[in-house]
Design a protein around this ligand. Structure first.
Ligand SMILES: C[S@@+](CC[C@H](N)C(=O)[O-])C[C@H]1O[C@@H](n2cnc3c(N)ncnc32)[C@H](O)[C@@H]1O
Length: 223
């Protein structure tokens, strides 16, 4: 897309990503997006202010009462809150301190334990410890060059027997592409099998604002 056709928020995001990447920093720009938004979710490009519809459908049929759940890159908290409403014991983290402050303000009576943490530097005590992990659009928000580390960090946090849910854009080739987002390929997803994961369900998701983009909720079980 030519520069003048980009909406201002998208253009700002791309400029920020480039600026941080030049410093070899793949995540610093998220905090800038949240702080610059000054509490206005319309200034956060991914904020929907409601749980992902695929997660909403999933919680209605899964029994998650008292299960220990982790939400990765929780953003403004809607997905974490629906897991808590269905009675899971939820920890939710994000690398951007302002997103966590926003969640704590927005859901000030919540049972969710909101924390600032970096997926690529998680506490060792979290290894193999969660029964449910939910991640939406965080893998795709990080460059393909660090995908192996990102998938490893997610994969090793789930307890054997647990369930991992991923919401992501998918790409059909193994070619490297420009982003963000950087949709996930089948070869990248196959890395989960190295950690004992089996795909048990894949539900395609069509975003009406972006119907041509291939997206899905993928459910894995860890053996
Ligand atoms: C595209 S947003 C998606 C937010 C939310 N999951 C959703 O679907 O609305 C990606 C989120 O991941 C967070 N994030 C990116 N890298 C992270 C990391 N290394 N550790 C923790 N959170 C990270 C960002 O701050 C941002 O909130």
């Amino acid at each position: 897309m030519s520069d003048e056709n980009l909406n201002p928020l998208r253009k700002k995001l791309e400029n920020l990503v480039t600026e941080y990447q030049q410093k070899n920093d793949f995540t610093g720009w998220f905090e800038d997006i949240y702080t610059d938004a000054l509490g206005n979710p319309e200034q956060v490009p991914w904020a929907k202010m409601q749980p992902h519809p695929c997660l909403e459908n999933w919680v209605k049929i899964a029994n998650i009462t008292k299960k220990k759940a982790l939400v990765i890159g929780c953003g403004l908290g809607d997905d974490s809150e629906i897991l808590a409403q269905y009675k899971a014991n939820v920890t939710a983290f994000d690398i951007a301190p302002s997103s966590i402050e926003w969640c704590q303000k927005r859901f000030n009576n919540s049972s969710v334990n909101y924390l600032v943490a970096d997926l690529l530097n998680l506490d060792n005590s979290w290894k193999n410890s969660f029964e449910i992990i939910f991640e939406s659009r965080t893998i795709q928000a990080l460059p393909i060059t660090i995908r192996k580390e990102v998938i490893e960090a997610i994969a090793t946090s789930l307890k054997p027997g647990g369930t991992l849910l991923i919401v992501t854009r998918l790409r059909d080739t193994e070619d490297t592409i420009d982003g963000p987002p950087w949709p996930v390929s089948e070869a990248e997803l196959s890395q989960f099998s190295e950690y004992g994961y089996q795909e048990i369900n894949r539900i395609p998701y069509i975003d009406t604002n972006n119907p041509s983009v291939k997206q899905a909720l993928i459910e894995y079980q860890r053996n």
